[in-house]
Design a protein around this ligand. Structure first.
Ligand SMILES: C[S@@+](CC[C@H](N)C(=O)[O-])C[C@H]1O[C@@H](n2cnc3c(N)ncnc32)[C@H](O)[C@@H]1O
Length: 241
């Protein structure tokens, strides 16, 4: 696995963060070193998906990146369930396809390139996963996207989300961010790398508060909304129709 050095160059100017070729080539290292309990959250997503994915339906992974979630799910779900990975980054989808095939995926799958800001059409879904992706959807379109997912899910269909969140109060938000940067330091990111990535993500990754996410899910109609993971400024939420 290539080590993430995307923001290691002191002299390079920082632009908006993009899931381009540079990021894709180091993404698997980047995500494990940048997201607390990433592997545990993946495991939880697998367990919860297995509870709600129904035979002969499709499971959607929105913002599937290199396919980590789909690869984990392959051994846990009934073979009649097909996977649909969605991402706007062609580079990500190329890597995802390669990973799925190299890992000998045992089921039908489809990878779709689209910008989720424009909405998404779901065919026969039972589970929809948004792992660290909704935070990149422009706030203007976020509630409508969630509403349309709700409308397309069947009764008892599930939406699983993992998101970076803001603290409910600025006091805690400051502390959470302080401890998050300490987590990154422990994972060998330098001060330069931490501050350059923060700058690059500023206009691109827009976190909501946990309560705002919960209210959004409830406001579109989800009957059950429950937090299944929380670590400072990261959370996992399951919503069931
Ligand atoms: C942090 S990554 C997701 C990580 C992945 N789900 C996982 O579990 O490892 C965010 C992904 O969302 C995709 N993405 C961001 N904005 C998007 C959009 N508007 N439409 C579709 N995909 C988008 C990016 O290309 C990237 O692959």
């Amino acid at each position: 696995m290539l080590v993430d050095k995307v923001f290691n160059d002191k002299k390079k100017e920082v632009g908006d963060f993009k899931f381009d070729k540079n990021v894709v080539s180091v993404f698997d290292d980047m995500v494990v070193r940048s997201v607390p309990f990433y592997l545990e959250m993946q495991r939880m997503l697998t367990e919860l998906s297995a509870d709600f994915a129904k035979k002969d339906t499709n499971l959607y992974d929105l913002g599937c990146s290199t396919g980590a979630t789909l690869m984990n799910l392959d051994s846990a779900l009934d073979k009649s369930i097909s996977f649909v990975g969605v991402d706007e980054s062609e580079e990500m989808l190329k890597k995802c396809r390669k990973n799925l095939l190299d890992n000998g995926i045992t089921r039908k799958f489809d990878l779709i390139s689209t910008d989720l800001n424009n909405g998404v059409v779901l065919d026969n879904p039972s589970v929809v996963i948004f792992c660290l992706t909704l935070q990149f959807i422009r706030p203007l379109y976020r509630t409508n996207l969630i509403k349309s997912i709700y409308e397309q899910l069947p009764e008892n269909g599930a939406l699983l989300m993992v998101e970076k969140v803001l603290g409910e109060d600025s006091l805690f938000n400051r502390l959470f961010i302080k401890y998050y940067y300490e987590f990154k330091r422990r994972n060998d990111y330098s001060e330069i790398e931490i501050s350059k990535k923060r700058e690059a993500l500023e206009n691109v990754l827009i976190p909501y508060k946990l309560k705002e996410n919960e209210e959004m899910l409830k406001s579109v109609g989800f009957k059950y909304v429950e937090v299944f993971f929380k670590w400072y400024n990261f959370t996992g939420i399951i919503a069931v129709k």
